[in-house]
Write a protein that binds this ligand. Structure first.
Ligand SMILES: NC(=O)c1ccc[n+]([C@@H]2O[C@H](COP(=O)([O-])OP(=O)(O)OC[C@H]3O[C@@H](n4cnc5c(N)ncnc54)[C@H](OP(=O)(O)O)[C@@H]3O)[C@@H](O)[C@H]2O)c1
Length: 277
């Protein structure tokens, strides 16, 4: 039995990449605006995880949220995805690197456990390798020791997921992928997730899909009551995607969360899905 009550899986996740010195203030702002899911990584090259921890502490002190209200997600990143600021000993085995990275994440975030621990990306673009299997086993041990509630994988293809299944590896609770409309909004991986009860988290829904964002269909659906971005986020949720947003703008944060209430009839959802896939 986990020693802590499970935080629910939120229906929107605030992403903290590329915010550098603004990370603490933007994390606190996101919580103030109503986000309860926070995504980060122990990868100093793109994330300032300790800054996320500072933002969390500020939010706790201000009485905005408590730890139990939150869904905290972080990642283990292989050395080739890092710069010189490593959260582990590069000479150590991968299993030890996972344990060291997790210990460092918990310290950064000021918590005894995270809610989701994600493999940032497999070691190969093609296959689920022996290295991935070692890392995944180490991540499972972190989960079994209570340091994360759930496990995920990121930047994976359908092929990676099929390899995991064929190797009889435990399947993840989450897949986190960049979601391109031109690839049917990652149709293959999404369909695998649907079949295996895996929650699909989609990022870069706006930035990777500018052609869709500015398509006349989206403009026609975005009436006076919805922005273009809100239509895309609402659409994403309608096809089973748990969206991430990394906005730095308070008004956009508000709008992104309010996208849950945008009305989008099933015909519109089908039309958007067919747009670029
Ligand atoms: N697993 C991975 O490898 C990976 C890779 C990339 C990202 N991620 C995660 O996903 C998170 C989000 O990344 P992302 O690529 O989706 O977003 P992002 O890079 O943060 O980009 C969102 C961009 O869209 C703009 N924007 C305009 N209107 C917006 C609106 N209404 N709502 C939101 N954004 C609006 C934002 O500008 P304003 O700031 O002005 O709103 C910003 O420039 C990251 O922070 C990270 O946590 C994970």
């Amino acid at each position: 039995m986990p020693p802590h009550p499970p935080s629910p899986i939120p229906d929107f996740i605030y992403g903290t990449a590329w915010k550098e010195d603004r990370t603490p203030a933007l994390t606190e702002l996101a919580l103030r605006m109503g986000f309860r899911g926070i995504d980060t990584a122990n990868q100093r090259r793109h994330y300032f995880e300790a800054g996320v921890g500072q933002g969390l502490a500020a939010a706790y002190n201000a009485g905005i949220v408590t730890r139990d209200d939150l869904f905290l997600q972080t990642k283990f990143t292989y050395q080739p995805g890092q710069d010189h600021r490593l959260p582990y000993d590069p000479e150590a085995s991968l299993s030890i690197q996972v344990a060291q990275s997790m210990a460092s994440s918990l310290e950064h975030l000021g918590t005894g456990h995270v809610d989701s621990y994600v493999l940032h990306g497999p070691s190969s673009n093609h296959d689920w390798t022996d290295a991935d299997a070692e890392v995944w086993e180490a991540m499972r041990k972190e989960r079994d020791a209570g340091r994360t509630r759930l496990l995920g994988v990121s930047n994976v293809s359908l092929r990676h997921l099929q390899h995991m299944a064929a190797a009889r590896a435990e399947l993840p609770a989450f897949v986190q992928n960049r979601c391109y409309a031109r690839l049917g909004w990652d149709r293959g991986a999404r369909s695998f997730c649907h079949d295996h009860k895996i929650v699909y988290q989609g990022f870069s829904l706006l930035t990777a899909n500018q052609e869709v964002l500015h398509h006349p269909l989206i403009a026609s659906l975005a009436s006076a009551n919805a922005t273009l971005a809100q239509v895309v986020f609402r659409f994403a949720r309608s096809i089973g995607i748990l969206p991430l947003t990394g906005t730095t703008n308070a008004e956009h944060m508000k709008q992104d969360l309010a996208s849950r209430h945008v009305k989008l009839p099933p015909e519109a959802v089908q039309a958007i899905e067919a747009l670029a896939g």
